[in-house]
Design a protein around this ligand. Structure first.
Ligand SMILES: C[S@@+](CC[C@H](N)C(=O)[O-])C[C@H]1O[C@@H](n2cnc3c(N)ncnc32)[C@H](O)[C@@H]1O
Length: 237
């Protein structure tokens, strides 16, 4: 795979198999922070950090930016339990030598543990990486508070964007939980809408909008999806 330097100075990879980059050119670290991690923790704060232990599903681990950025920005006095599936075992093994941004310098021991053992545990952080298909893995989980939905695009990785897949996700999501994704595709939002979820975008101006979905009312910019449906059909993948 080819290393790509993104606009914020962090590196990502381009996958030959999917012919897509792991992150947008806006910045691998910036994208993780603003599209996933900050909205997730902002929602968690509304619900008193779910009693002090936040259960995160990171779809999929890839280079681990979302998991690592979440650890770096973990709210004080909160425990994180992170579950993350990943098909590519060779990629996980290679992470020890990936050129991560300076922000992750303090996390090198965690990166090494994950790369070697697919597991890490400290007093306030536990990470489990599952090698295999996310669609099977999610069926074993329950009571998830935050889902980072960060597969490759629906065009090349459609199995992780179908209505059936999002139905399975909604079944393991806590009633106050949220899904964050970079995708603004109408069929993705239609899945959330059909599942009875509210649709929001993040409030940050420095990066392209994504989608936030939740059964709960959240302090984000709400998308009037019913207005949109006056003009387009609600078709899912
Ligand atoms: C866009 S990348 C993830 C980027 C990642 N969040 C990061 O920060 O680097 C998508 C990842 O999903 C993995 N993947 C694709 N389909 C999968 C599936 N069905 N089950 C598990 N992993 C899958 C790919 O191998 C790839 O590593």
């Amino acid at each position: 795979m080819k290393e790509i330097l993104t606009k914020d100075g962090s590196f990502t990879l381009k996958s030959e198999k999917y012919d897509e980059c792991y992150h947008s050119s806006e910045g691998a670290y910036t994208e993780s922070l603003y599209k996933h991690v900050l909205p997730g923790f902002k929602a968690a704060e509304q619900f008193d950090f779910y009693g002090g232990e936040i259960r995160i599903l990171d779809i999929c681990f890839g280079l681990g930016y979302n998991t690592l950025t979440a650890i770096l920005h973990k709210p004080e006095n909160v425990k994180l339990k992170i579950f993350s599936p990943e098909l590519d075992a060779d990629l996980l093994k290679s992470l020890k030598s990936f050129k991560y941004p300076d922000e992750f310098k303090t996390l090198l021991n965690i990166i090494n543990e994950i790369s070697e053992n697919l597991y890490y545990k400290s007093d306030d952080i536990e990470i489990e990486v599952f090698v295999g298909d996310a669609r099977e893995y999610i069926k074993r989980l329950s009571n998830i508070h935050i889902v980072y939905q960060d597969a490759f695009s629906p065009k090349v990785n459609q199995e992780l964007w179908t209505f059936e897949y999002f139905t399975d996700i909604s079944n393991i999501l806590n009633e106050s939980g949220i899904i964050t994704t970079y995708s603004v595709a109408t069929p993705v939002r239609c899945s959330f809408y059909k599942l009875g979820m509210n649709i929001y975008t993040h409030p940050y101006e420095n990066i392209r909008k994504g989608t936030i979905a939740s059964f709960a009312e959240l302090p984000f910019v709400k998308v009037d999806f019913e207005e949109k449906l006056k003009r387009v059909k609600c078709k899912t993948y």
